[in-house]
Design a protein around this ligand. Structure first.
Ligand code: SF4
Ligand code: SF4
Length: 206
């Protein structure tokens, strides 16, 4: 019927309007900032850097590969790669970001940096109360401001963080098994020499 969609839409609007007086579920606004609605798990605003353990600097997962910096559409990520290396979560020596800044006044929350990161090192935050009177420096967040623990990641995106943990644990198990196999093979190569019986000593006389 012609106009059926319009009638359905108006009915829904009327239902929400009337329902908002009696049902909390149909209230679309709250008296912010006195009242707050907890963000949904899928909420995202600006990126943060995940770290493991207690020390944010030592535990940063980022290895400064700069893929996110290249792929960020508005180019608001600035990374300087370190000149030395530190062990990553698998114990492998890796570069780290000596500088990692994001200009959140430019960031458009597209999440591309998260999708391209091969190290599960950058994720989307749900924190939105970031306004400041300092229009320039105040919105350029450095690596210390961006660093947030894996526990925090679990708090804001529990399902996604659990999947990431499982994936990282699987990768670590594979790396451990590979290292063990390599160590066993290396031991096998040296074993015959080590096991070689000592040549009988030649004694004089008789
Ligand atoms: S969310 Fe998008 S715009 Fe923001 S830093 Fe990541 S890639 Fe850049
Ligand atoms: S956040 Fe990820 S993609 Fe970006 S530099 Fe670090 S490891 Fe590379």
């Amino acid at each position: 019927m012609l106009g059926e969609g319009i009638i359905k839409g108006l009915a829904e609007t009327a239902r929400n309007f009337a329902g908002s007086f009696v049902s909390a579920e149909r209230l679309t606004t709250v008296q912010y900032p006195e009242q707050r609605i907890a963000p949904f798990e899928a909420t995202r605003d600006f990126p943060f850097l995940v770290y493991d353990g207690q020390d944010w600097e030592a535990g940063l997962r980022c290895v400064a590969c700069q893929i996110c910096e290249k792929e960020c559409p508005p180019k608001c990520i600035y990374i300087d790669k370190s000149t030395d290396k530190k062990p990553d979560a698998l114990g492998k020596p890796q570069f780290y970001p000596a500088r990692f800044d994001i200009d959140i006044s430019v960031c458009m929350s597209c999440q591309i940096c998260v999708e391209v990161c091969p190290f599960e090192a950058i994720k989307m935050d749900t924190e939105f109360e970031l306004s400041t009177t300092d229009r320039f420096g105040g919105l350029l967040q450095d690596r210390k401001q961006l660093a947030k623990s894996n526990e925090y990641y679990h708090e804001i995106h529990p399902t996604e963080a659990a999947e990431v943990d499982a994936r990282l644990a699987e990768e670590k198990a594979k790396a451990d098994a590979k290292a063990k196999a390599a160590a066993t093979a290396a031991a096998g190569k040296v074993a015959p020499a080590a096991a070689k019986p000592a040549a009988p000593s030649v004694t004089g006389g008789a």
